[in-house]
Ligand binder design. Structure first.
Ligand code: UDP
Ligand code: MG
Length: 345
């Protein structure tokens, strides 16, 4: 089998403190993977500078001149982690058989990348790095993060539990990802929607190597809100349910208030007033919820998400890797396939 071309994509925002170490460690890892004949010698590390205001880009650029394995991409302004990652993956997808995305602070264990590659060579298209424990996090970060996963699940968003953006994606999976053209990008929610053969690899997450987190509480909250509102119409449904609920309650209360009135225990005018407040409130919420349902439909339509993702397309040769990997392991065919992918680079 020809060795796959790997690109490791690293989004960086004001990471000058940690970058020299990160470059050295990732470069060392890539060398090892090449020496062990697991990845092609055309493999690269792509650093995406997400509009940093410090010396991050200078460091990346200088390295790329001295080291052919290091490549850089500079965004004109800060676009946010998810967008920076997508920019890197898009650029890398064109020239690689597989990509691995990892944060610049190397909190994720880079040794696991070897396992990602082994899984890829077994025929998996998406390999998730999943954190075993969250001991390196503060109690606050741990509980808010776990609360977030639970909330997302309740809202009907399919996420891989305890997986951040540390994952391997094959060229086919990346091509499918390109078809999701939404502006509010939440990769962790989209990647599971792609389908494909997926595997989990478990690891322990470490402390940040240096520098400070680029996700303070404010950004974390914004990120969760983004995640929920770009994937779920459950909040709208809750308004509708609340409206219907209060309307039903208003009817029951109406009867009760009428009873009170009948037995003469209330002031004149009170019954009709309180009953209409409840009833109108309930009706208004129901109406808002109903309008929301339609807005929800519009919102789903405007995303123009693809309706299917193709895994094997034997109609257009070359034969997809899966035909070969899943069925009888025909090395010769596998060679042809990897050969074809790599030739386009
Ligand atoms: N990052 C980015 N753009 C931003 C914020 C963060 O590219 O606007 C990068 C950052 O450089 C890092 C990754 O996203 O490589 C994750 O950020 P961080 O490690 O600070 O988040 P945490 O691990 O604390 O959640
Ligand atoms: Mg981090």
């Amino acid at each position: 089998m020809n060795n796959p071309v790997l690109t490791i994509v690293v989004p960086c925002y004001n990471e000058e403190e940690v970058l020299p170490d990160t470059i050295e460690q990732l470069d060392g890892l890539l060398e090892e993977l090449m020496d062990d004949d697991l990845v092609s010698d055309k493999s690269k590390i792509l650093f995406v500078d997400d509009g940093s205001r410090d010396r991050t880009w200078q460091l990346i650029y200088k390295q790329s001149l001295n080291n052919p394995q290091v490549r850089g991409l500079k965004l004109a302004k800060n676009a946010g982690h998810q967008n920076a990652l997508l920019a890197g993956l898009t650029a890398a997808g064109k020239v690689s058989d597989c990509t691995v995305s990892i944060d610049a602070d190397l909190q994720d264990d880079i040794a696991v990348i070897r396992e990602f590659i082994l899984k890829f060579r077994e025929g998996y298209d998406i390999v998730y790095g999943v954190r075993r424990k969250r001991e390196s996090d503060t109690f606050f970060k741990r509980s808010t993060a776990q609360g977030f996963y639970k909330l997302m699940k309740k809202m009907g968003v399919d996420l891989v539990y305890n997986h951040a953006d540390f994952r391997l994606m094959s060229k086919c999976a990346l091509e499918e990802l390109q078809r999701y053209e939404e502006t509010n990008l939440f990769l962790r929610g989209i990647v599971p929607l792609l389908g494909f053969k997926t595997a989990n690899v478990y690891y322990d997450r470490k402390e940040r190597l240096a520098g400070e987190t680029k996700y303070p509480l404010k950004k974390m909250l914004a990120f969760s809100f983004e995640g929920i509102t770009s994937f779920s119409v459950t909040p709208i449904r809750m308004v509708l349910a609340l409206g219907i609920g209060s309307f039903i309650i208003s009817l029951l209360f109406g009867l009760y208030f009428l009873g009170l009135r009948y037995f003469g225990e209330t002031e004149t005018g009170w019954t009709s007033l309180i009953a209409s407040i409840w009833m109108l409130g309930g009706l208004q919420l129901t109406a808002i919820g109903l309008v929301g349902e339609y807005i929800g439909k519009i919102y789903k339509e405007t995303k123009r998400r693809p309706k299917f993702s193709i895994e094997v397309d034997a109609f257009n040769l070359p034969i997809s890797r899966h035909l070969i990997m899943d069925g009888d392991q025909d090395d010769e065919l596998a060679d042809i396939h990897f050969g074809t992918l790599s030739e386009t680079n």
